[in-house]
Design a protein around this ligand. Structure first.
Ligand code: PLP
Length: 283
């Protein structure tokens, strides 16, 4: 598998990262996940803008940022992939510095940049619905940065797996904000609720697309977080993310939501989302 690493296209096995890389030692870096449909990067400008904001927030200067799309297409080409749907992983860390010291190195160092492309299979389109659980939000206060420091998300998602659930939803001070790697949505009286943008959630690109798609098809959206103790007043739930797309929620802890099948409005949003993707107007 050909990947991109620090300016070169290499076989994955050729990539060597120093143990003094600040990503390895401090999780001092950010990442981005983008996907393609029909072989083209979906909502690339939104992903690029978010990556730029994350880099800016942690003061990493990566001068090649505007060449990322051509690098990604080159990786696809070099792998001779015959698929159309890929997930693209981009990780940028502050770089290597020795000796170990918390503050930024005083001399300028080059960021470490790694990009890989993975074909997506059809299993990601499974629409039967998932179970979710809730987890007290023990993350930091800068969840709008797409930081590679993902230990909290790893632990929460592992907890979900151990409970036979597909996702864990963070509860901060009684409010359900987002999932370990998705945004969270609830529907009542035909109105769709999702937490407002703030430092407490990641501004999901799928979230942005879903809001547009809903408004364009006459579905009301309210950017309000759902209180955990009010979930019973909602009829439907789903989560969203770049690779998850739209995943209906059919069970919350032991509660089977509705008839245990994806809800009517969720299905409508899903089909409008698919139509938007198929329309290729985002190209
Ligand atoms: C915490 C969190 N929230 C939301 C999302 C969904 O974001 P997007 O739709 O841009 O993939 C992700 C994706 O990784 C995430 O990690």
């Amino acid at each position: 598998m050909i990947v991109f690493f620090n300016g070169q296209f290499l076989e994955l096995e050729e990539v060597k990262i120093s143990p003094y890389d600040r990503g390895f030692q401090y999780a001092d870096g950010v990442y981005e996940v983008i996907r393609t449909y029909y072989g083209k990067l979906f909502r690339y400008q939104d992903h690029l803008e978010r990556l730029k904001k994350s880099l800016e927030a942690i003061k990493i200067d990566y001068s090649e940022i505007d060449k990322l799309d051509s690098i990604i297409y080159k990786i696809i080409e070099k792998n001779n992939y015959t698929y159309d749907d890929f997930s693209i992983y981009i990780q940028i860390t502050r770089g290597e510095s020795y000796p170990r010291k918390h503050s930024f190195p005083s001399e300028k160092i080059n960021p470490t940049v790694f990009i890989s492309v993975t074909p997506l299979d059809d299993a990601s389109n499974d629409n039967t619905g998932i179970k979710i659980i809730f987890e007290n939000d023990f993350r930091w206060q800068k969840c709008d940065i797409k930081s590679i420091s993902l230990l909290a998300s790893v632990l929460a998602n592992q907890h979900a797996v151990e409970e036979d659930a597909g996702e864990a939803i963070w509860n901060r001070d009684g409010y359900l904000l987002e999932g370990s790697h998705t945004n969270f949505w609830a529907i009542k009286n035909e109105e769709v609720w999702t937490a407002p943008l703030s430092n407490l959630i990641l501004p999901g690109v799928s979230r942005k697309v879903i809001i547009e798609v809903c408004r364009n098809s006459g579905i009301k959206v309210s950017e309000q977080a759902v209180r955990e103790n009010e979930i019973n007043s909602f009829d439907e739930f789903f989560v969203s993310g770049t690779t998850s797309e739209i995943k209906p929620v059919v069970q919350i802890n032991d509660w089977i939501v509705g008839d245990g099948k994806p809800g009517k409005i969720t299905n409508k949003i899903h089909s409008e989302f698919n139509k938007y993707v198929q329309s290729k107007i985002w190209l």
